[in-house]
Write a protein of this length. Structure first.
Length: 446
């Protein structure tokens, strides 16, 4: 799930000591093309995607403020990124924007882009999702559907609805509020989307809906498609995550509880022949800080900033171990050369964001979803590093593609692109390993 953080405009602080005067005449907006052009009184600034300089200012949430020679609507205002978060599905991608709107691109079938089309073709450029009122604060993308958490705690979903993963019965052309959650007694505060199921958490508990064939809704039994109802778990989760056919929750104490399909030991249970329809506590001394689930594997960032994964490894090395390790019901440490801040999981690959703003990817690389410097292959347990200009602040994984958001408000995508999920204006069957920032120019905020 991605969340909206910088929501308010800043005003000029009386103690502001830095203001970019760039090279322009006084009172004339100065447009930059490179960071090196943004200097003033020995202070180095940054050339933003808007074409204007920003300078360090700790009173701003982002740590940056536009200079006085930016145009009137930006001058001396705190820099706020246009893109606040990413959510990647099977063959589509979505971005949460500063104004609370959502843009999606990629496979347009079954209404998964939220633009009112049920029979839409591949759409390799962002389209705005039909209005969600009120504005969105968080996003989660599943196999062929997406859900948004609105600022008032309501949940809105769109896309494929063959298993009631939208919380209703029947095809839905655009975003629809999940009204079945209205009786929960508290607004939603988090959400997750899996292969064909969805979950939302609140202070009173967690509710899931959609495909329950493998017990991924956590109701004590499996089978059938279901409308929203509470997960059979007494305590409130601080975070929820959903994979293709399983779900997990993290408690305040950092314990992890998973339920659903365990065919790859991704739930952490000892028997992969049967699903676990009731939350099962993961057996590990580590405490989780965040979670991310793939198809047959699960990963977490631990409280000591390490990455640990469990489940299937034989498929592609997605646990970061050689082929001699087929699977593991207990978390295995992934060897990275830096502490981790975030983890992402796709169908056969995994990625982590380190505290230095670099991404590391491992596992399946059939379509170049690891990034540059590695030939396409089906099994790559050793992590390869991806570095992007300005530093990465978020990494997201779809089924076979990857996207990253940088501190400079750019979005780069790489990997599979048969449905235009990279947002670069084209489709191709082979995919690409080189990060492509074409989509960033199309994600524009007013």
């Amino acid at each position: 799930m991605v969340t909206r953080t910088w929501l308010s405009r800043c005003v000029l602080a009386s103690s502001l000591a830095l203001a970019s005067l760039g090279c322009g005449a006084a009172g004339v907006p100065f447009e930059c093309t490179a960071d090196a052009e943004c200097t003033h009184d020995g202070a180095a600034g940054r050339c933003e995607k808007t074409g204007y300089c920003s300078f360090p200012d700790t009173s701003c949430a982002t740590g940056l403020r536009y200079g006085e020679l930016a145009p009137g609507e930006l001058a001396s205002q705190c820099f706020e990124p246009c893109v606040l978060g990413l959510a990647l599905g099977g063959q589509h991608s979505c971005a949460l924007l500063r104004d609370g709107s959502v843009a999606c691109w990629g496979n347009g079938r079954d209404g998964r882009l939220g633009d009112g089309r049920l029979d839409g073709a591949a759409t390799p450029e962002p389209v705005r999702v039909d209005a969600i009122v009120p504005a969105s604060a968080a996003l989660a993308a599943g196999g062929a559907h997406t859900c948004a958490l609105a600022e008032d705690g309501t949940v809105w979903c769109w896309g494929k609805n063959d298993h009631r993963q939208l919380g209703v019965v029947g095809a839905v052309p655009g975003p629809l509020r999940v009204t079945a959650l209205d009786g929960a007694g508290a607004p939603a505060t988090g959400l997750a989307a899996g292969g064909a199921h969805s979950c939302a958490r609140a202070s009173v508990g967690t509710g899931c809906w959609g495909n329950n064939e493998r017990g991924q809704l956590g109701r004590g039994s499996g089978g059938g498609d279901e409308l929203p109802a509470m997960v059979d778990f007494a305590n409130a989760f601080q975070e929820i995550a959903a994979g293709d056919g399983h779900s997990c929750g993290r408690t305040l104490a950092g314990t992890v509880h998973c339920w659903g399909d365990n065919a790859g030991l991704q739930v952490g249970g000892p028997d992969k022949a049967v699903p676990y329809p009731t939350p099962l506590m993961l057996q590990t001394p580590a405490r989780a800080a965040s979670l991310e689930l793939g198809t047959l594997h699960s990963c977490m960032v631990s409280s000591n900033e390490g990455v640990e994964c469990w489940g299937n490894n034989l498929l592609a090395g997605q646990l970061g171990r050689p082929q001699t390790v087929h699977e593991s019901a207990t978390p295995l440490h992934v060897a990275l050369s830096a502490d981790a801040a975030q983890v992402a999981a796709g169908a056969t690959h995994s990625c982590a964001l380190d505290v230095d703003g670099r991404a590391w990817c491992w596992g399946g690389n059939e379509f170049g979803q690891h990034g540059p410097g590695r030939a396409p292959s089906t099994f790559e347990p050793e992590a390869v590093v991806v570095e992007l200009p300005g530093g990465i602040v978020e990494v997201a994984a779809g089924a076979f593609h990857t996207c990253a958001r940088t501190a400079k408000d750019e979005v780069y995508c790489w990997g599979a692109n048969e449905q235009g999920q990279l947002g670069n204006g084209r489709t191709d069957a082979e995919g690409q390993s080189e990060p492509d920032a074409t989509v960033a120019a199309k994600l524009v905020c007013e």
